[in-house]
Design a protein around this ligand. Structure first.
Ligand code: DX5
Ligand code: ZN
Length: 221
């Protein structure tokens, strides 16, 4: 069985109680903290930066923190996030002028690296850098907001990405982000994803453990 990871997106958490929210969702069975960074330039929204990541580490969060950069330029935030305790740092290739350099900077800073693909983007940017990524993240909504509907065409792209990963023989996680819930997670896993971001599906429910248990039950079915 695949090693599935559930990564709640704290974008939908209560920011006034963020440390507690992260503690609660990890206690409820989450594996990874998905941390959405938006700059009101690459995407039309503004969220959180390295200081908040650092604050979560200081608060005692030891789980992997998966920093999804929706910012342009990319490079000048890499060192700050590495220092703040990021585990993964992923970025959109169209947001960086020198993709290979940005990937190398992430690994040189001691983090795991990844590329993120918007719904309309093909996977061509991976071709010459497969050996420099630890994660491929496919957006199943247009980035910028939580609570949007899963775009079904992403399932074909997941199958394509899974085939690329398998053919490479490399240890690369395949993450999906946007509109994921217990209702569609099994279909998404069948298409090849192994890491599942879910924001509103988890944080908009009162019982995080129940939602995560539902997701795991669907993944096991
Ligand atoms: C969107 C973010 C997502 C978002 C997912 O730009 O990258 O991580 O929080 O939210 P849901 O799960 O509600 O679609
Ligand atoms: Zn995200």
């Amino acid at each position: 069985m695949a090693d599935y990871l559930i990564a709640p997106s704290i974008l939908s958490a209560d920011f006034a109680r963020l440390g507690e929210e992260v503690d609660n969702v990890l206690a409820a069975g989450a594996d990874v903290v998905h941390f959405d960074v938006m700059d009101n330039h690459y995407v039309p929204n503004l969220t959180i930066g390295p200081m908040v990541c650092k604050a979560l580490r200081k608060h005692g969060v030891t789980a992997p923190i998966d920093v999804h950069l929706m910012v342009s330029p990319v490079d000048r935030l890499i060192g700050d996030f590495a220092e703040a305790g990021a585990t993964y740092i992923t970025f959109h290739p169209d947001a960086s002028t020198h993709v290979d350099r940005s990937l190398q900077m992430i690994r040189d800073a001691g983090c795991k690296s990844g590329l993120v693909f918007n719904p309309a983007a093909g996977l061509d940017a991976l071709r010459y850098v497969m050996d420099k990524v630890d994660m491929i993240l496919l957006m199943s909504v247009n980035p910028g907001f939580g609570g949007q509907s899963f775009i079904p065409a992403t399932l074909d792209k997941l199958r394509e990405a899974r085939a690329l990963i398998d053919a490479s023989g490399l240890d690369i996680r395949l993450e999906i982000d946007g509109g994921v819930s217990a209702k569609n997670i099994a279909e998404i896993a069948a298409a090849g994803a192994d890491t599942f971001v879910a924001g509103s599906a988890i944080f908009n429910q009162p019982d995080y453990a129940a939602v995560i248990a539902d997701m795991r039950a669907e993944l096991a079915s």
